[in-house]
Design a protein around this ligand. Sequence first.
Ligand code: HEM
Length: 404
Amino acid sequence: MKTVSLAALHTEAGRRDPYPVYAWLHEQGPICQVAQGERYSFVVQGFEAASQVLKDSATFKVAESSAPTGPAHAVFMNSMFFTNAPRHTRMRRMFNHAFTPRRVNGLLLAIERMTGELVEQIAGRDRVDFMAEFAFPLPANVLGELLGVPEVDRSWYRPRALALGALLELGASTQETIAAADTAAQEITPYFAELAAQRRAQPRDDLVSALVQALEADGGALNEEELVANLIVLFNAGFVTTTHLLGNGLTLLMERPEHFTRLRERPELASSYVEEILRFELPTHFSLRWAAANAEVAGVNIPQGSWVLVLLAAANRDPARFAEPDRFDPSRFSAARADQTLSFGAGAHYCLGAALARLEGISGLRALVANFPAIRLAEPAGVPRQLMLRGHEQLWVTTQQDRS
Ligand code: HEM
């Protein structure tokens, strides 16, 4: 087993283009020990090894803490993301109960309608920031509809959600990011507590109403703090990720006109395109686990207590799993074999919103290629700067027909 340094990933250049580091890691094997002095003892980049770690949630647990260091930390620590069985099972059961396939599929018409409205808004524009005017509002409005967050509140929410999300970036927390995340958590928490109280008093046909009803029926399986924390992370996890799926997806298609045209001519391929976009340019590059017991992964002994960095985006480019992994090729997926990547994780913490994200990606990308055959960059796209919630802050495009 090789010992490696992950210092390159923590640099500005490494965050901008981590793929050479991932390719180099694959040459070292599916799992490596990390040099002393870094936060993680092991890094897992091989697809099979990463799947094993994620699926064995009895051995490989998420970071848990009963002593949060501040308001933002407390939100994360009271949510599904950072709890293990049996607490996680209890929370997840409640959310699975309310977040049913029927509810998600029931959003399809609303998603198509919202996509259509956004297409109209950005049509014929010389310069439009695709992120602000399409990629952000689509998932924010879909989640708003799902949860019952009123439309007028959604733009208030965005900067606060971004401030909270910044806390998750690999080794990048500073006093400023922590303070901004704490302020955001202090503002968002009463907002959702009030929303839950309103829905308890006057239920509607939305997820928050379904959750508070399910909770009452279950004799309070989640306390108020857990309910609110989970609503916050659900909203956060649900829109910044999907925002970047849309932004990264449009960028990849604009850079590859042959694919843009192919998707336009064959919209039924949209789900394969979404899978490949996520495999190729994932918004969530990693997950973190610690070993609750001694374990063996790909022949490597992992002592109890070790921290393990699971590089989902590297596993998605494992040459042992994907031929020519650095080539964008949607034909590697058919819709029926959509779970072949680690884009949405695996095991107990598998993404709750995977089906919803896919619906939004399919609807959004189909509408873009169909309505804007000449969409192009109005100014060079910036390079994503983060591994977690990776994507563009702004993406200036023109949607006017080509005048040439
Ligand atoms: C392209 C979009 C998305 C991507 C790439 C993505 C990715 C992921 C990944 C990798 C995990 C697993 C994390 C881990 O194992 O540590 C996860 C979990 C989760 N995701 Fe997503 N996600 C997306 C969209 C969504 C949406 C739309 C929602 C909600 C509506 C959502 C809600 C969640 C929740 C609640 C969890 C935690 C589940 C648990 O811990 O049991 N995600 N997501």
